[in-house]
Design a binder for this molecule. Structure first.
Ligand SMILES: [Zn+2]
Length: 256
C-alpha cells in the first residue's frame, strides 16, 4: 500500500482519538466521568448528535457554532484534534508501522492532554500519569527498545530528580515551583523513554521554560515571579527526546 494510505489512516485515527481527548481535557480536572453523559453544548446544554460530533469535519460544517444556540464552539476543540492527528502522522513517519508507534501514539496523546490541563488548571491528573507509568514500564519491557531496567531507572531518576528539586526549591529559589504532578509526569516519561532521555527531557524543558518565560515577561504578558506551569514544557521536551534523543545525546558527547 502507498505511504499516503498509512498516513491518512494515522491522521483519521489521530483526530478521532483527539476528539476523545477534548472530552478528557474538559472533564478529568473537573472530576467527571469521561464515558457518560454524552457531550453537550456548554452554553445551551443541548446534546450533540453523532453527526455534529465528527472530528474537524463538524466544526467546519457548523462553521464553529452550536447547531442549537449558535454560540461559538471554542477553537481548542478542533485544534486539539488537529494536533493529535498531525502528531500521529509524524510518529508513523518516524517509527514506521508496528506496536511501538501505537504505544508512542498513546504517550503523545497523554502528553497533549497533560499540556492542556496543566495550562488551564495547574494540575496534572494522577489518572493519566500513574497508569501511564505502569503502561510505559510494561511496554518498555515487552515491546519498546528500552528494556525493563532502563525504564525502571528512568522512573526512579526522572521522578527522583524532580522530587529532589521540589524539596529544595523553597530553600534555593524561595518559592515552590514544582508540584507532585510534575514529578509523576517525568517518572512516566522515564518509563517510556529510559533514564537518559528522561534527563534530556528535563534539560530541554528547563531551557524552553526559561526562554518562553523571559519572552512573555519581555512582552509584559507574564509578571515577574508569576507562576507558569511546567507540565507543557516537560511534554514538549519528552516528544523532542522521543524523536531526537539519540542525535542530541550523540551531539552532546561529541561536544565534551
Ligand atoms: Zn448550544
Amino acid at each position: 500500500m502507498a505511504p499516503w494510505v498509512f498516513s491518512s489512516g494515522a491522521f483519521v485515527m489521530g483526530i478521532i482519538l483527539g476528539s476523545f481527548l477534548t472530552v478528557c481535557i474538559h472533564r478529568l480536572p473537573r472530576g467527571q466521568s469521561v464515558v457518560t453523559p454524552r457531550s453537550a453544548c456548554p452554553d445551551c446544554g443541548h446534546g450533540i448528535h453523532w453527526f455534529d460530533n465528527i472530528p474537524l469535519v463538524s466544526f467546519i460544517i457548523l462553521r464553529g457554532r452550536c447547531r442549537n444556540c449558535r454560540q461559538p464552539i471554542p477553537y481548542r476543540y478542533p485544534l486539539i484534534e488537529l494536533i493529535n492527528g498531525v502528531g500521529y502522522v509524524l510518529l508513523l513517519r518516524h517509527f514506521g508501522w508496528g506496536w511501538p508507534v501505537v504505544l508512542y501514539g498513546m504517550f503523545f496523546s497523554a502528553l497533549l492532554a497533560v499540556t492542556w490541563i496543566d495550562w488551564d488548571f495547574q494540575i496534572i491528573p494522577d489518572v493519566i500519569t500513574i497508569p501511564g507509568t505502569v503502561l510505559g514500564l510494561v511496554a518498555s519491557t515487552l515491546i519498546l527498545p528500552v528494556g525493563f531496567w532502563n525504564a525502571l531507572i528512568g522512573i526512579v531518576v526522572g521522578g527522583g530528580i524532580l522530587y529532589l528539586l521540589a524539596w529544595m526549591s523553597p530553600f534555593v529559589f524561595g518559592k515552590e515551583g514544582l508540584g507532585g504532578g510534575d514529578i509523576k509526569l517525568l517518572a512516566m516519561v522515564g518509563a517510556f523513554l529510559g533514564w537518559q532521555p528522561a534527563l534530556l527531557t528535563l534539560f530541554l524543558a528547563s531551557i524552553l521554560e526559561a526562554g518562553v518565560g523571559l519572552s512573555l515577561m519581555g512582552l509584559k504578558v507574564l509578571a515577574r515571579g508569576q507562576y507558569m506551569p511546567f507540565g507543557p514544557f516537560l511534554a514538549v521536551g519528552a516528544i523532542t527526546s522521543l524523536l531526537y534523543s539519540s542525535h542530541l545525546i550523540h551531539w552532546y558527547l561529541e561536544l565534551i
